[in-house]
Design a protein around this ligand. Structure first.
Ligand code: ZN
Length: 437
């Protein structure tokens, strides 16, 4: 990470030598850049990215995961989609602007975190605290999280830009049962494993009671309803009619969305039993059994409500439930043509991606560094200006992560244009509706 810090300073000399750009290293490895615009009256904004990646053992890769090998128009490497593309793309766009003697009018911040994949407590959280301590208020934040989806939404044929206006919350719970240990030759009626198993599943062992009681379907109570309404016109017949009349078809649509895990995750709080540990020896009755469950919380629920629902479902005093960590879903950012950030995104997408037929609000089912910044802005948007096809999705956090050279160039072009578009101090007349773009 220190090497990465040296590298960006070497390859983007204009950025790091500019007299109106302040560079700070935060939390040892993260980078915070303050670009001082020429007009201090304009409310600043922030571009976020992260340099850390999930592990990538070389087995199964066509090219070594840290080689950035270029092959048939693609750059291969861990982080090429998540999220070194943004970290480098933002700096490259700014470097180009500076080399053309462009001085931004509106101030902005660039945050490059170094621990997003492990919650951002040392990077993003410290950068956010620093801005807050300085009394900074931001017009908007743009971070990773969603993209231009091409052939990914079933029934929509053309590419659609989905900008996530919220993120699901999360609560992780430990379930523990402790009992007297003993010899397996004269076992008690119920063991800690059995009790814990029953708590999670009434039929087989642990995972059932909770997994068979999925938390309620919340379609219509969160931003996914807005997504469908904005997208309605892009669906093929008869889906377009259905999506345009959600007042009538909402129950059907919500049941369809529940079929696939990826869309099911949009409409409810999900339950995943992720760890289960019990037993110490083949002939010893286990003194304790423990399971860990991770819930991802839908916008219309809170961590406290989920905890309450879980306690009621388990309903067994012998099962101790401890909260490992928890946070509520992120607030829903404003979405209309009068909102500066939204306006700028629509305009910049139109400038850079003429094939995109629609710009719609969405939900990010994962979490990003931007969640630490709610004290400096209410307008947080998660959007990576990348065209993603279905075959790209498994590469993120998976094997052979890669970005096409064309996609990367487009990303830089988008950011270049975005910085320029942010220098418009007054919003032009509200014109097109997002779905008419
Ligand atoms: Zn990421």
């Amino acid at each position: 990470m220190a090497e990465f810090g040296n590298y960006i300073q070497k390859v983007f000399p204009a950025v790091f030598s500019s007299e109106f750009i302040q560079h700070e290293i935060v939390g040892q490895y993260s980078h915070l850049l303050t670009v001082q615009g020429s007009n201090p009256d304009m409310l600043p904004y922030m571009l976020l990215a992260h340099m850390d990646v999930v592990p990538a053992p070389p087995e199964g890769w066509d090219f070594p995961p840290f080689s950035a090998a270029e092959h048939e128009g693609f750059i291969y490497g861990r982080g090429t989609l998540d999220n070194k593309n943004s970290a480098i793309g933002i700096l490259q766009a700014l470097e180009f602007l500076l080399r053309r003697n462009y001085r931004p009018r509106r101030s902005f911040y660039i945050g490059i975190g170094h621990d997003e994949e492990v919650s951002g407590w040392k990077g993003a959280m410290k950068m956010a605290a620093l801005l807050e301590a300085r009394g900074v208020k931001l017009s908007f934040i743009l971070d990773e999280g969603s993209a231009i989806l091409d052939g990914i939404i079933a029934g929509v044929e053309k590419p659609v830009a989905v900008i996530a206006i919220t993120e699901k919350g999360s609560i992780t719970l430990n379930f523990t049962v402790e009992k007297e240990p003993g010899h397996s030759s004269f076992p008690p009626k119920e063991t800690s494993i059995g009790i814990l198993a029953a708590a999670m599943s009434s039929a087989d062992l642990l995972c059932h009671r909770l997994e068979q009681n999925p938390l309620r379907n919340l379609f219509g109570h969160g931003p996914e309803h807005m997504t469908m309404e904005h997208l309605a016109a892009e669906f093929r017949f008869p889906l377009n009619l259905i999506m345009s009349n959600l007042w009538l078809f909402s129950p059907i649509v919500s049941r369809i969305l529940a079929w696939k895990p990826s869309t099911n995750a949009l409409i409810r709080t999900t339950t995943a039993v992720t760890m289960f540990n019990a037993g110490i020896k083949v002939n010893v009755i286990p003194p304790s059994a423990r399971a860990t469950v991770n819930f991802r919380i839908h916008s219309a629920e809170t961590a406290a409500e989920v905890l309450e629902a879980v306690r009621n479902t388990v309903a067994d005093d012998r099962v101790r439930i401890d909260v490992v960590d928890a946070f509520d879903p992120l607030p829903i950012s404003p979405w209309d043509d009068q909102t500066f950030g939204v306006h700028v995104f629509q305009r910049t997408i139109l400038d850079t991606f003429p094939d995109v037929v629609s710009v719609v609000p969405g939900t990010c089912i994962g979490n990003t560094d931007s969640r630490h910044f709610t004290n400096v802005t209410n307008a947080i948007y998660r959007f990576n200006p990348l065209l993603l096809r279905p075959e790209d999705l498994p590469r993120i956090h998976g094997l052979n992560e890669r970005i096409s050279v064309e996609n990367y160039e487009k990303q830089v072009e988008f950011l270049f244009q975005l910085i320029k578009n942010c220098d418009i101090d007054e919003l032009p007349e509200p014109h097109v509706k997002s779905h008419e773009l």
